[in-house]
Design a protein around this ligand. Structure first.
Ligand SMILES: C[S@@+](CC[C@H](N)C(=O)[O-])C[C@H]1O[C@@H](n2cnc3c(N)ncnc32)[C@H](O)[C@@H]1O
Length: 346
C-alpha cells in the first residue's frame, strides 16, 4: 500500500514534481505539510525563500529530520508532533496560508523499523502503532471478538477470507500469544491454494494498520479541518495509496465541487454553493520515469482542489463513510485474552 517506499533502497518522495507544479503558482506564503515523514516535500517548498512550512507528523521519530530543518530555516519552518486531524489547533497567521498537503501512508523508515511492526516482514510482537495511538495490533488480535475481526478484515482490507482467518485467530489465541510470524502463518494456512500476485498477508495487515491508527477518521477529520483553515483560493492536495483512501478523497472533492439540486424554496445565495473548484477530474499518477525508479509508487494517486467558498456542511461526507467510522470505533476488552492465557499457563 505504500508508494513512497522502495524497501531495498532509499526513500523516494512520490509525485514531487507534480506537487510543485500545482502549488508553485501560490509561492510566497505558508504551506502545511500534514505528513512530514522524512521531509522531502517540506525541503522542496522551503527552497523558495518566500515560503514558510508548518510540518506535522504523528510519529515522533520524524523529529530527527525536522530538527535539521528547524536549524537550517529557523523562522521559516516549524514542526508539530500531532495527528493531522488536530490541524486546527495550530496557532499561526491564517491569511498567509496557501496550501495544505497530505501524503498518506507510511515512510520507508517506518516500515523498516521492526519495533513498529508495520510490515508482515517484521519479526516479534504485533504493534503497528504509527504514533499517538490508544492500542496496538497485538491488543486487537488478542482481544477483539471474532465478529468484529471479520468486519475489520473485510471492510479495511477487502479480504475475501476474513471469516476463516478470524476463526483461526480466535482458536489459536486460546493456546498462545499470536506474534507477527504466527499471524502470517495463520493467513498462509487459510490461503494456501490461492494464487494471488500480492502477498497473502497484505490485506489483513493493511486492515489492522487502518484500525490501529484510525486512518479513516483521521483522513475525514483532517480534510474537513483543512477546509476550515484554508482561506478562499487555497489548495488542498492529497496523495493516496489504497482504494479506500482514494474513495474518500474523491468523494470529498467531487461531491463538494458540484452544484447541488437543492430545494427551489431555498434563497438563491444558499443554492448552487460549491466549496471547491476541481482543476482535474481524474487523479494524477506517476509517470513512466518515476515508476521505473520507484516501482511501489504505482499505487499513488494525487487529487487536488481549490477552495472557492466558506459556507460548508460536511454531513454528507460523514454519513457516506459512517459504516467505516463505526468499525474504527469498535471496542474490545483488553484484558480478555490476558486472563485466558494466565489460566492456561498457571
Ligand atoms: C508517506 S510518509 C510522507 C513522506 C513525506 N511526504 C516525505 O517527503 O518524506 C507519511 C507520513 O505521514 C505520517 N502520518 C500518517 N498519518 C498521519 C496522521 N493522521 N497525522 C499525522 N501524521 C501522519 C506518517 O507518520 C508518515 O511519517
Amino acid at each position: 500500500m505504500n508508494a513512497t517506499i522502495n524497501l531495498e533502497k532509499k526513500h523516494f518522495p512520490v509525485l514531487l514534481n507534480e506537487l510543485v507544479s500545482i502549488i508553485s503558482p501560490l509561492y510566497s506564503g505558508t504551506f502545511i505539510d500534514c505528513t512530514f515523514g522524512q521531509g522531502e516535500y517540506s525541503k522542496k517548498i522551503l527552497e523558495n525563500k518566500l515560503n514558510k512550512v508548518i510540518a506535522i507528523d504523528r510519529d515522533k521519530d520524524t523529529y530527527l529530520y525536522a530538527r535539521k530543518l528547524e536549524k537550517k530555516y529557523r523562522k521559516r519552518f516549524n514542526f508539530h508532533n500531532i495527528k493531522f486531524s488536530e490541524i486546527n489547533n495550530i496557532k499561526f497567521k491564517k491569511e498567509d496560508l496557501k496550501a495544505i498537503i497530505f501524503d498518506l501512508g507510511y515512510s520507508i523508515n517506518q516500515i523498516k523499523d521492526l519495533r513498529k511492526g508495520l510490515s508482515f516482514h517484521s519479526k516479534g510482537n504485533l504493534n503497528m502503532k504509527m504514533g499517538i495511538n490508544d492500542f496496538s495490533a497485538h491488543e486487537v488480535i488478542s482481544s477483539m471478538n471474532e465478529e468484529n475481526l471479520i468486519k475489520i478484515f473485510k471492510y479495511f482490507g477487502e479480504e475475501k477470507h476474513s471469516k476463516q482467518i478470524a476463526r483461526n485467530i480466535v482458536s489459536i489465541r486460546k493456546k498462545k500469544i499470536i506474534n507477527t510470524e504466527d499471524l502470517t502463518k495463520i493467513i498462509d494456512s487459510v490461503k494456501r491454494f490461492k494464487n494471488s500476485k500480492i502477498n497473502n498477508s497484505t490485506k489483513v495487515f493493511q486492515a489492522l494498520r487502518i484500525f490501529v491508527n484510525k486512518e479513516i477518521s483521521e483522513l475525514i477529520n483532517g480534510l474537513i479541518n483543512a477546509f476550515y483553515l484554508l482561506p478562499r483560493g487555497g489548495i488542498i492536495v492529497v496523495i493516496t495509496f489504497h482504494s479506500l483512501e482514494d474513495k474518500i478523497v474523491k468523494f470529498f472533492f467531487k461531491n463538494y465541487s458540484e452544484i447541488k439540486n437543492t430545494s427551489r424554496y431555498l434563497p438563491n445565495n444558499i443554492k448552487n454553493i460549491k466549496y471547491f473548484k476541481l482543476q482535474e477530474k481524474k487523479p494524477i499518477t506517476p509517470n513512466f520515469d518515476e515508476l521505473k525508479t520507484n516501482p511501489p509508487s504505482r499505487s499513488a494517486k494525487l487529487r487536488f482542489a481549490v477552495k472557492t467558498s466558506n459556507g460548508c456542511n460536511f454531513n454528507e461526507l460523514k454519513e457516506k463513510f459512517r459504516y467505516l467510522i463505526d468499525i474504527e470505533n469498535l471496542k474490545f476488552d483488553r484484558w480478555k485474552n490476558f486472563f485466558l492465557l494466565f489460566q492456561l499457563y498457571f
